[in-house]
Ligand binder design. Structure first.
Ligand code: 3PY
Ligand code: MG
Length: 240
């Protein structure tokens, strides 16, 4: 998962496929979005390998849900509210087959004619991304990044700002060494991990200017729809 992503809460399968033709990655949000397991399977069944990377945000540190996403063919799973080294270890254990973890074997892609990756390929290519979105997680970011098997840290600015008692704008704009975002980036880089950030709209994404991040969820499906509606109404007002 790298580059420009769209974070989806409500899109249909066909809309997700269209988004996959334009963005670097598409995230299906199983925590706050409408997607359950059968929605996830419907998307994965239709996802063409040349399309954008399909990323799943698990509903929680949930071994079963993380397994469903991987079994359906997602390689990248973002797990919310990982607040400690123990949390990160539980996520790693769900993400990887033994001996690295305790993922249970049962890939589903053969059900729709795809070849499942070998156990070693699955382990080598999985992206295990943990969300830093509380004061506790921020305080432990370097230790969490150091957990073997974690491949990336992903900042949830909304929950993190609630936890810190500051605004999202202030959180995104802070650039001092001890400010939340530079601190997460430094913790990730120290351990060779990727960094992603959710912003959800382009104005917020612009606040990340100058920050060294790999992946930004710069829009949501809802933002794109609202922007399209605004643009259509503005142009019909102008032509009236
Ligand atoms: C947050 O900002 O807390 C998120 O989890 C983004 O969806
Ligand atoms: Mg959150």
């Amino acid at each position: 998962m790298a580059g420009s992503g769209v974070w989806c809460l409500d899109a249909s399968v066909s809309t997700l496929l269209r988004l996959g033709a334009s963005f670097d990655w598409v995230c299906l949000d199983m925590q706050h979005g409408r997607f359950g397991r059968s929605d996830l399977l419907a998307v994965c069944r239709s996802w063409a390998p040349e399309q954008a990377a399909l990323v799943v945000r698990a509903p929680s540190i949930d071994v079963a849900a993380i397994g469903w996403a991987l079994d359906a063919g997602a390689r990248s799973v973002i797990v919310p509210q990982v607040d400690s080294v123990d949390d990160a270890r539980r996520v790693v254990s769900a993400m990887y087959y033994p001996p690295r973890g305790r993922r249970s074997y049962g890939p589903l892609m053969p059900a729709w004619g795809r070849v499942a990756p070998s156990v070693s390929d699955a382990n080598a290519t999985a992206e295990c991304v943990v969300m830093i979105e509380s004061a506790a997680a921020l305080g432990k970011a370097a230790e969490i990044a150091a957990v073997d098997g974690v491949t990336g840290l992903f900042v949830g600015p909304y929950d993190l700002s609630l936890s810190l008692g500051i605004t999202v704008e202030a959180l995104l704009a802070g650039r001092s060494e001890s400010a939340p975002l530079p601190a997460v980036v430094a913790a990730a880089r120290r351990h060779g991990r990727a960094v992603g950030v959710f912003t959800g709209d382009p104005a917020a994404a612009r606040r990340l200017h100058g920050l060294d991040v790999d992946a930004v969820a710069g829009v949501t499906d809802g933002w794109l729809l609202a922007a399209g509606i605004r643009s259509a109404l503005t142009s019909s007002d102008e032509s009236a």
